[in-house]
Design a protein around this ligand. Structure first.
Ligand code: AMP
Ligand code: ZN
Length: 467
């Protein structure tokens, strides 16, 4: 498998440290508000990267932190008069719900920053002892000029000009000393920790270093985020972690490009964002957004429009129909060696090969989707015959499951009993050539949020998709 490593700026062959498990740390959300679909593009990318490792046969230890203490969460909790914990729990729960709706696998450990303060304090003390950190009036800072390798990820160099930054909103153009620990001020209210350091709270960067070290070890295989995190966040994580352990922090840095709206990065501060709920309220299936994300390469910017989302609803409907039609065909015990089965086997194998090669080529998910849709076309042409050999069916179904096991764009769902019954009744009317009544029932089913497709062998019901 080949992956583009931001550290070397080239595609590299991927080899995990121990040959079989992948330790993967992905920067998670700041839980001060709803996440927007720009953030979610990045979280889908994490999911896909993990599934690619799993497809290769690796076991993945996936950690995604929750930033539940920083300038924004404190401000939000104060404005709403709730405790920091109550405030961030609300948004954490919404976030988890979004992940579920996007079929993001839940084999993830989600540590919270506030649960790992002790570890952060230990690292900061050690950095002070080693001379990489110093105390100022308002907190403890990392001295970027002390770390020789500063800039190795982002190319940003220390220009000697003295500057120091306390806020969690960082200067993206210049290297500066950054806060490891911020001494308490009245603005922080009840949010502070004591213990090994003077009353205060952590800076943002130290949170990720501490959690990556604690949950995955000194040197890990993969660390991810979107490109805006390369500098200063990830550069600072390297500086802190490598100064602390004396070892390489991360072997592969993998970054995803942004989701844009009208050419601009989708962001809360610009106000040009949509949440997943905004899409759902307009009738879109969350998985059509997942499909949209997969259709572009993670290292390309992706411009979001509702028109293009509609295109993915159509494709989602096609996937749904093809899979259901295949399942609906009548299967018979056939002559296992016949030429047809062999032919299907060859076609399926070729598609699986293309699929795997695409995934392993730095996550070429667009080409992987091309292979998937060719497979669905093959399913359609086979299903059109009405009845197929059991073996033919199994070959096709296994390949669909295998590809979808990576793509995650089709999730089985229940059709309510009453909708099933109406559909059966409609079929009766159709057989009696009573099309007026049949159409009426189709409308009723539609009103309940479902769609009936008539196939050579009876009907298939799907959810409604946006047309
Ligand atoms: P935040 O909650 O702001 O810390 O962001 C969570 C994750 O979403 C980080 O990895 C960000 O880099 C990423 N992110 C923020 N905005 C976008 C965007 N417009 N497109 C893609 N990823 C983004
Ligand atoms: Zn981080």
């Amino acid at each position: 498998m080949e992956l583009f490593n931001t550290l070397s700026k080239k595609k590299e062959k991927f080899n995990p440290i121990d040959g079989k498990t992948v330790s993967m740390y992905t920067c998670g959300p700041t839980v001060y508000n709803y996440v927007h679909i720009g953030n979610l593009r990045t979280f889908i990318f994490y999911d896909i990267l993990k599934r690619a490792f799993e497809l290769e046969g690796y076991t993945v230890q996936h950690v995604m932190n929750l930033t539940d203490v920083d300038d924004k969460t404190i401000k939000g909790s104060q404005e709403t008069g709730t405790s920091l914990e109550d405030y961030t729990t609300v948004y954490t729960n919404y976030f988890m719900e979004d992940l579920k709706r996007l079929n993001i696998k839940d084999n993830i450990k989600f540590p919270k920053a506030t649960e790992n303060i002790d570890e952060m304090q230990s690292i900061i003390n050690e950095l002070l002892k080693k001379g990489y950190a110093y105390e100022a009036d308002d907190g403890i800072y990392y001295d970027v000029s002390k770390f020789n390798d500063y800039g190795k990820l982002s190319g940003m160099t220390v220009n000697g000009k003295y500057s120091r930054i306390k806020n969690d909103d960082y200067d993206k153009e210049n290297a500066a000393d950054f806060a490891l620990w911020k001494y308490w001020t009245e603005n922080d209210g009840k949010v502070y920790w004591e213990g090994k350091l003077k009353k205060g709270r952590p800076g943002w960067h130290i949170e990720c270093s501490a959690m990556s070290l604690k949950y995955l070890g000194k040197t890990i295989d993969v660390h991810c985020g979107a490109v805006d995190l390369i500098f200063p966040h990830h550069e600072n994580e390297i500086a802190q972690s490598e100064a602390y352990t004396g070892q390489k922090f991360v072997n592969y840095w993998v970054h995803a490009e942004h989701l844009l709206v009208n050419g601009q990065k989708m962001s809360k501060s610009l106000g040009n964002f949509y949440t997943l709920n905004d899409l759902v309220q307009q009738g879109f299936n969350p998985l059509s957004f997942r499909l949209m994300v997969l259709d572009s390469h993670y290292r390309n910017r992706l411009d979001f429009t509702f028109d293009s989302l509609k295109k993915y609803e159509k494709l989602l409907k096609k996937i749904d129909l093809s899979i259901k039609s295949l399942e609906k065909t009548e299967k018979y015990e056939g002559n296992n060696n016949n030429a047809r089965v062999q032919q299907i086997q060859d076609q399926v194998n070729k598609l699986l090969e293309n699929f795997k090669a695409a995934v392993n080529n730095d996550l070429d998910t667009h080409s992987a989707l091309v292979a998937f849709f060719s497979l669905l076309d093959l399913c359609d042409s086979t299903a059109e015959k009405g009845s197929i050999d059991n073996l033919e069916y199994k070959l096709l179904k296994d390949a669909v499951d295998k590809m979808n096991g990576f793509l995650g764009v089709y999730v089985e769902y229940e059709i309510p009993k009453d909708v099933e019954e109406l559909a059966e009744k409609r079929e009766e009317f159709r057989k009696q050539k009573n099309f007026v009544e049949a159409d009426e029932l189709r409308e009723r089913i539609n009103g309940k949020g479902y769609y009936i497709a008539d196939l050579p062998r009876g009907f298939v019901i799907t959810k409604n998709y946006v047309e």
